[in-house]
Design a protein around this ligand. Structure first.
Ligand code: G
Ligand code: G
Ligand code: MN
Ligand code: NA
Length: 256
């Protein structure tokens, strides 16, 4: 309850900020985009990571204005990077946001006011949003289909951690899958099963014409494996942690 009270004022007090983690094309290890990741920096206190407040923001509904702010802010920042370097931006969307009737209008508004082309925006959703049956699911699908018709791309985040049904990958409005970091073989682990699991996901995606982003890449061995298996893009501490806007700006500029 205290978290919700404090979070309520956080936007007005300018305590929220967005960090950016580079998305790397494995073929040449260049930065092709960034994932926007929210942070909360209350004055004079330690920074609060999203795990500590996203849950409360969802339960209280505050994720709706907060999510709109993250989208506005990251589209604004990414528009400059896109103009200069052609990079894209990937933004996390909570299930709660997709229950808002004006979700699609909110997205198009963020694009218009930032002048970021729709093709340069990826929305990340978790698979649960699309596979439970019911009104909320249908509404989410219709929102995503609408923004997709304007050119926005949709990614399944944390792929492989949720549901067993795979039919949705074929039937639903999706462009990318992000392989959850729990699938990356741990350092020193060379058993065929771990490798084959990653391979199976990459091959499945290829068969459905979905592009793959591997998450949580921390070692050179993982990079080599992913490249061998034909994975297109990756992100993780091996390349860069999520960093403040100014640092991301430097990373992108130095790379292009
Ligand atoms: O940034 P970090 O790696 O600590 O993120 C932890 C979790 O918080 C991740 O699951 C991420 O998807 C989620 N998260 C980060 N930023 C946002 C955001 O802007 N909106 C939503 N809904 N989730 C976010
Ligand atoms: O759920 P989502 O994919 O949005 O979560 C992103 C989260 O993963 C962020 O909290 C980010 O800091 C974290 N992350 C990014 N790269 C790595 C990595 O290489 N290793 C680990 N352990 N976490 C990572
Ligand atoms: Mn994500
Ligand atoms: Na993820």
């Amino acid at each position: 309850a205290r978290t919700v009270e404090r979070l309520r004022g956080a936007i007005d007090r300018d305590e929220l900020l967005v960090y950016y983690q580079p998305l790397i094309r494995l073929a040449d290890e260049r930065i092709t985009g960034v994932e926007a990741l929210i942070r909360w920096q209350p004055a004079g206190e330690r920074m609060i990571p999203p795990d500590r407040f996203i849950g409360a923001a969802e339960d209280s509904g505050l994720i709706v204005p907060i999510g709109a702010w993250v989208l506005q802010e990251s589209c604004r920042v990414a528009a400059g990077w896109h103009r200069r370097h052609g990079t894209v931006v990937s933004v996390n969307v909570s299930p709660r946001q997709l229950r808002e009737p004006d979700f699609g209008a909110m997205v198009l508004d963020a694009l218009r006011s930032s002048a970021l082309p729709p093709e340069a925006l990826i929305l990340e959703i978790t698979e649960g949003v699309l596979v439970n049956s019911g009104v909320a699911t249908e509404q989410a699908i219709s929102h995503l289909s609408m923004v997709r018709s304007h050119g926005v791309r949709v990614a399944i985040d944390d792929f492989g951690t949720g549901y067993s049904s795979l039919a949705y990958l074929r039937d639903l409005p999706i462009d990318h899958i992000k392989i959850d970091r729990s699938f990356m073989p741990a350092p020193g682990v060379t058993d065929p099963a771990s490798r084959n699991l990653v391979k199976a996901i990459i091959d499945l995606a290829a068969g459905l014409e979905l592009s793959v982003i591997a998450e949580g890449v921390e070692t050179a061995e993982q990079v080599t494996l992913l490249r061998e298996l034909g994975c297109e893009r990756a992100q993780g501490f091996y390349f860069s942690r999520p960093v403040p806007e100014a640092d991301a700006d430097t990373l992108i500029a130095e790379d292009h």
